[in-house]
Design a protein around this ligand. Structure first.
Ligand code: ADP
Length: 405
């Protein structure tokens, strides 16, 4: 029994020692595991934070996260882009945005925990001024509040620059107003004259009737021109590759034809046109080339009705054998701020459409540009108002044939 008890004690002791050792081993293992687990949790957190930042940076729009104290605690690379090198992290929204409209929206959302979506307009000197430096910019603001438990809250702000679409909407609205006005004026003249001529005895006075018919004809030409321009730009813009009737034609003769068509206006305005274009053959669509040159010369005359304008049309071949033709005038020119936009559809420098203003729909230069591009060419414009405005067309070698000189 004693032996048995002794043996049991030994076994128990061994077991105890074993279990203590195992316990120690287990504790050690557990410690190691905890450490590992801790690190991996930490790593997870780091990974998560990194993933989140990558995700935010991948957003195409500026994103900001603001804590309940109204302090910026996270933003993405698009947001960084707006502020450049300015230090904005951990700064209050007032210090960051410097604009009362946006900060009051953010504060409201923070206190009310309500989302807000608004379009805000910022003046050109604000941090949110976009590519058009002299114009107001327009941003769509999206604010989402997040409740992070009872005491913690945060708001997230996403911003989208919609300046370009607001401006193009404005341009489209101006076009509708311009085009309606441009069509309404000749239409009301024609309908007034027709009413008079169809009245009893309306045709009695032959000379007056003749004058009325001529005026009606002029106005019809104008209406046709507007409708043709609309059809032409939609044709040029609808096809990726505009079908061209390519054939050799003399560019010098084309210039002369255009001048002849505008002869009446040139004489009436006492303008002069100097042409230095050699008699070389271009390979192109004669119809489009006439349109291109007509629009450019007519624009110069149209913009300068009061002065005895000097227009110079000249050409050259550059080192790479590209053909260049320039249409220059010494008229009022184009302000630097408008220059980047003049080839856009519907864009007009003169926004109003009163009787006394220069007529137009803003389609002429967009037709010119598209037609030149269809020929594989380019057009640029430079202007020093009152001194020199030049439209320069470049045509690659494939579209001209010097050997046929
Ligand atoms: P539209 O003549 O119908 O207004 P365009 O597309 O032909 O439209 O021209 C766009 C703008 O470019 C015009 O509103 C005009 O102000 C400007 N422009 C074009 N050519 C000239 C020029 N030679 N001199 C001054 N302004 C010009």
């Amino acid at each position: 029994m004693t032996y048995f008890a002794f043996s049991c004690a030994i076994v128990l002791a061994c077991l105890l020692v074993g279990s203590i050792k195992r316990q120690q081993r287990l504790e050690k293992e557990w410690g190691r595991l905890k450490k590992k687990l801790g690190q991996s949790e930490l790593k997870h957190e780091e990974d998560y934070s990194l993933d989140l930042q990558n995700l935010l940076d991948a957003l195409p729009y500026p994103f900001f996260s603001i804590n309940k104290e109204g302090v910026l605690n996270r933003f993405n690379s698009q947001a960084r882009h707006i502020f450049g090198s300015r230090d904005i992290l951990n700064r209050s929204i007032h210090q960051v945005f410097l604009d009362s409209a946006i900060t009051s929206l953010l504060s409201k959302s923070l206190t009310e925990l309500k989302p807000y979506r608004e379009i805000l307009r910022f003046p050109p000197d604000s941090v949110f001024s976009s590519q058009t430096p002299d114009k107001d910019s327009h941003w769509e603001i999206d604010i989402y509040p997040l409740s992070l438990g009872s005491s913690s809250r945060e708001i997230q702000l996403m911003m989208r620059d919609i300046t370009a679409s607001v401006h193009s909407d404005q341009i489209r609205q101006d076009f509708v107003a311009n085009a309606s006005h441009e069509l309404r004026t000749p239409l009301s003249v024609i309908s007034g004259y027709l009413e008079h001529l169809t009245e009893e005895g309306g045709l009695d006075h032959k000379e007056t009737s003749q004058k009325m018919l001529e005026t009606m004809d002029r106005h019809l030409v104008r209406i046709n021109r507007i409708v043709d321009d609309m059809l032409l730009i939609s044709k040029l813009e609808s096809d990726d590759s505009v079908p061209l009737n390519l054939a050799p034609f003399s560019i010098a003769t084309c210039v002369q034809d255009v001048i002849e068509r505008l002869d009446l206006v040139i004489k009436k305005q006492r303008s002069t046109i100097k042409v230095d274009v050699p008699n070389i053959q271009l390979i192109g669509d004669h119809f489009y080339w006439t349109q291109i040159l007509f629009n450019l010369v007519e624009n110069a005359l149209k913009q300068n009705p009061e002065m005895q304008l000097q227009i110079h049309i000249y050409s050259e071949l550059d080192q790479d054998d590209n053909f260049k033709i320039h249409i220059a005038d010494n008229g009022i020119g184009i302000p630097a701020n408008d220059l980047p936009f003049i080839f856009k559809r519907f864009y007009r420098v003169e926004k109003h459409h009163s009787q006394t203003q220069v007529k137009g729909t803003g389609l002429g230069l967009s037709i010119v540009k598209r037609a030149i591009e269809a020929h594989g060419g380019t057009i640029t414009a430079t202007s020093t108002p009152g001194i020199k405005t030049v439209f320069s067309i470049g045509i690659p070698h494939a579209y001209h044939d010097i050997d046929n000189d």
